[in-house]
Design a protein around this ligand. Structure first.
Ligand SMILES: [Ca+2]
Ligand SMILES: [Ca+2]
Ligand SMILES: [Ca+2]
Length: 378
């Protein structure tokens, strides 16, 4: 290995990689009450590798001695991961991706983790002693770096920008345990701390990174990956880790309701509802348009199209379609309202059929035939 390659490897090789190299036996999953997969719960006791995570530790610098430790503490109901004895050490937790749910960013997913950073130090502004990495099914993801006073994102793309300090937020990670939620949806991530959003930005593509040796795995090209690790020889940390869980498919469905609606042509307006299955903390949008059937736009109804917006916390929006009356005796006619291309939501019931009922009877013969001769008579 060339020195340059070796340095690159030291700088960015991850503990996920170490995890793969030193993969411990995974044990049976702890049952989750919801669709959250609990990866580690310190309240249950034991280190994460006795539950649903794997532990890895490695030192790539001669004499390759690992001093990092993980210890379960009943007193704090957490695992103490300590990589401070030797900055060269890399250590942390990953998952067996074959046991993970599919993390589809279009559907949204969340990583929950509760941790306290007790100590962190680094010799590079682009490295941190503890890093949280999530990679979605299509390899877009985010790696967040935790300092004592800041949480920040690792840049993606190509070198030299790759794995440099990008957007960040000042935050005290040391004061106490913090329940973090990292939500991934579409092209963005958002990190909340104890329920308060503190940092968001675009997802990154880290696939330009290559392992320092071909026999090393590439965590950034591993779909459905979660890792919490000191993944660098340029930083070190001591953390208390209490909980890690992942929830797939978090975005609400958007439905058009009801699926069929019958109105009189005298109704004036046909009203349908676009309904979210639950409210979102994001602004949800969905496009809508009317599609002609036997009912003719401009004759039987006024066509509508546009984009509906659901502000955070709002679960439903109305769609009003003007229905046009006439005096013709005619059959019932129908048309369709469709929704498409939702943002921050998943498409559910996507169309509704509106049937317009005629209200006019048979045409009566004109009375003029009866009265016209009388009128014309002088
Ligand atoms: Ca060492
Ligand atoms: Ca280190
Ligand atoms: Ca009519």
């Amino acid at each position: 290995m060339t020195r340059k390659l070796f340095l690159i490897g030291m700088a960015v090789v991850t503990a996920v990689l170490a995890t793969y190299l030193l993969l411990n036996t995974l044990q049976t999953a702890v049952a989750a009450p919801t669709n959250t997969l609990v990866l580690y719960d310190g309240v249950l006791g034991g280190t994460p590798d006795t539950q649903n995570m794997a532990y890895g530790a490695i030192d790539l610098v001669f004499p390759f001695q690992v001093e990092a430790t993980q210890t379960y503490s009943a007193a704090v109901q957490a695992t103490i991961l300590d990589t401070t004895p030797d900055i060269d050490d890399m250590a942390g937790y990953g998952v067996d991706p074959t046991t993970m749910p599919t993390l589809t960013r279009q559907n949204g997913f969340q990583l929950h983790f509760t941790m306290r950073v007790v100590e962190e130090s680094h010799v590079s502004p682009h490295r941190a002693g503890i890093n949280v990495t999530v990679i979605s099914a299509d390899l877009w993801g985010i790696e967040l770096a935790f300092w004592q006073n800041e949480i920040w994102a690792q840049e993606g793309g190509d070198p030299p920008a790759l794995f440099t300090h990008a957007e960040g937020a000042a935050f005290d990670t040391t004061a106490d345990f913090v329940a973090y939620e990292l939500e991934i949806i579409e092209d963005i991530y958002r990190l909340s701390a104890d329920g308060v959003p503190i940092l968001s930005g675009p997802l990154r593509d880290y696939t330009a990174w290559e392992p320092p040796l071909p026999q090393f795995p590439d965590p950034y090209e591993q779909p459905n990956l979660v890792a919490l690790s000191d993944n660098t020889s340029s930083a070190q940390t001591l953390i208390w880790l209490r909980y890690v869980g992942v929830t797939p498919d978090t975005a609400p469905f958007v439905d058009i309701e009801p699926a069929s609606l019958t109105v009189s042509e005298t109704v004036g307006t046909a009203v349908l509802t676009a309904q979210l299955s639950y409210t979102s903390t994001f602004t949800v949008t969905v496009a809508y348009e009317t599609v002609a059937g036997t009912a003719v736009p401009g004759i039987d109804y006024t066509p509508i199209s546009g984009t509906l917006t659901f502000p955070p916390g709002v679960a439903s929006q109305s769609l009003a379609i003007p229905i046009l009356d006439n005096t013709l005796d005619e059959p019932d006619r129908d048309f369709t309202l469709t929704i498409a291309d939702p943002t921050f939501a998943r498409l559910g019931q996507s169309s509704a059929t509106i049937t317009i009922q005629d209200d006019d009877g048979p045409i009566v013969e004109p009375l003029v035939e009866v009265y016209l001769p009388l009128v014309m008579r002088p």
